[in-house]
Design a protein around this ligand. Structure first.
Ligand code: GUN
Ligand code: ZN
Length: 431
């Protein structure tokens, strides 16, 4: 008989988008619930009592008042920036030149790349993040290191070799041809192996020549099932720079569109200072954007227009943007998304925040059937939150009159101590 495990506690899952339907209809809440897993898959979720009766042979792992959720999905990170997260005092272009590029240079050493990949995956698992979409560095070995570590852990990850052939220092530039050749070789070696997917990854249009963008577009046309990830309209200075580098472009998005880098499997990080045409085009092609709230305040980029993007029908994911973002924690990221919503005059409901960090991010990367959900048949990546993890949080949560009031203090004040347990691919990795 296969080894069945029944995790019991309070369950929260999403059956619809709480930005589209009232949150009561979007959520599945079971106060005394259970999630039945076997062989890395979720078999069922529902009332603990009913699942115990139907599966008497299952080994129960009781989490008491713990809140059982799908594993958190971080839709935009740079794992190579792990060791320089929270670096002081710069805005985007200076931050890249002062902190990011020197650190990324160190990934020429495959041993360093492996050390940071392992450290990054340990840290994020402790914070409840079970899947992520990462930029690597220009070095193919950085991609090998990241995929190798993720494969060992049985994790579903997406990543790609960052491509840059201009406006980056010597030692951190490839060429149009080598970017195409290296990306293609990595894609062919890794895409679809175990739980690994390859993303074609031009960093952003200022660091790619038109020739390199064209080569990336050609590779994507050959592998349209791959995601293509990049950055879009993060800071106003950056947009002015893009205009000067691409004088013929209608707007920033056009620098991608013109070279075949706009499509339904496109994932555009930040997307803050947007022209109406850009929003229309993203919606028309069914592309996704990624909200990186701690990064957008930390680097001083601006306030993402969640209501505008969702209203236009654009898929939106949520992300830490490690290490432009200032924390590995998706809890802290949800807290920051709430605060940005407040500054825009549209506070997000806890159901919307949790949806963004699970089903929303999974949907943005085209994996909504596999991760970010507790639905039967999906992959067994699960996080359990302790909603009273510190005295400060507990003294507020104890007054809560419903689940939302109980969970919100943890979204605002929680950290890895609130992550009671984590399961990846049906195996416990924390708690
Ligand atoms: N734009 C281009 N590269 C980067 C990066 O590494 N981080 C952020 N936040 N924005 C970028
Ligand atoms: Zn980024």
């Amino acid at each position: 008989m296969r080894d069945e495990v029944l995790l019991t506690g309070r369950i929260l899952d999403f059956i619809a988008d709480p930005f589209v339907v009232p949150f009561e209809e979007a959520c599945l809440i079971e106060e005394h619930g259970g999630v039945l897993i076997a062989e890395g898959r979720i078999l069922a979720r529902g009332s603990a009592e009913a699942l115990r009766a139907a599966h008497p042979g299952a080994r129960e792992v009781p989490y008491g008042k713990g809140l059982i959720l799908p594993g958190l999905v971080d839709a935009h990170v740079h794992f190579p920036q792990t060791a320089m997260i929270a670096s002081w005092g710069k805005r985007l272009i200076d931050w890249l030149n002062s902190y990011t590029f020197p650190e990324e240079m160190r990934f020429a050493d495959p041993a360093y790349a492996a050390e940071i990949a392992s450290r990054y995956l340990d840290l994020t698992a402790a914070h409840g993040t079970t899947s992520m979409v990462s930029f690597c560095t220009i070095h193919p070995a950085s991609v090998e290191a990241f995929f190798g570590e993720a494969q060992k852990r049985g994790q579903r990850v997406v990543a790609g070799k960052t491509c840059m052939d201009r406006n980056a220092p010597e030692g951190l530039r490839d060429t149009a041809q080598s970017a195409y050749d290296d990306s293609k070789a990595l894609l062919e070696a890794w895409h679809g192996v175990d739980r690994i997917s390859y993303a074609i990854t031009p960093r952003f249009s200022p660091t790619s020549t038109p020739g390199q963008l064209e080569a990336m577009g050609a590779l994507w046309a050959e592998h349209p099932d791959c995601l293509m990830q990049t950055h879009l309209s993060e800071q106003t200075d950056e947009i002015a720079w893009v205009k000067s580098l691409f004088p013929g472009a209608r707007d920033y998005l056009d620098t991608y569109e013109a070279y075949g880098l706009l499509g339904g499997n496109g994932l555009y990080g930040h997307a803050i200072h947007m022209e109406p045409r850009e929003i229309d085009r993203l919606a028309e092609v069914g592309a996704a954007v990624v909200h990186c709230p701690t990064s957008n305040t930390f680097i001083g980029s601006g306030l993402f227009d969640m209501v505008g993007m969702k209203g236009a029908g654009i898929r939106v994911g949520l992300a830490t943007d490690t290490g432009g973002g200032s924390d590995f924690s998706m809890l802290r990221t949800m807290g920051a998304a709430y605060e940005i919503g407040q500054l825009k005059g549209t506070p997000l409901h806890p159901a919307q925040l949790l949806w963004l960090a699970t089903a929303g991010s999974a949907g943005a990367i085209g994996m909504g059937d596999l991760i970010g959900t507790l639905a039967p048949g999906s992959e067994a990546d699960i996080v359990v939150l302790d909603l009273e993890s510190t005295p400060a949080i507990a003294q507020r949560a104890v007054r809560a009159e419903d689940l939302w009031e109980a969970v919100f203090p943890t979204l605002m004040m929680g950290d890895d101590r609130a992550v009671q347990a984590v399961w990846i691919n049906g195996r416990p990795v924390k708690g």
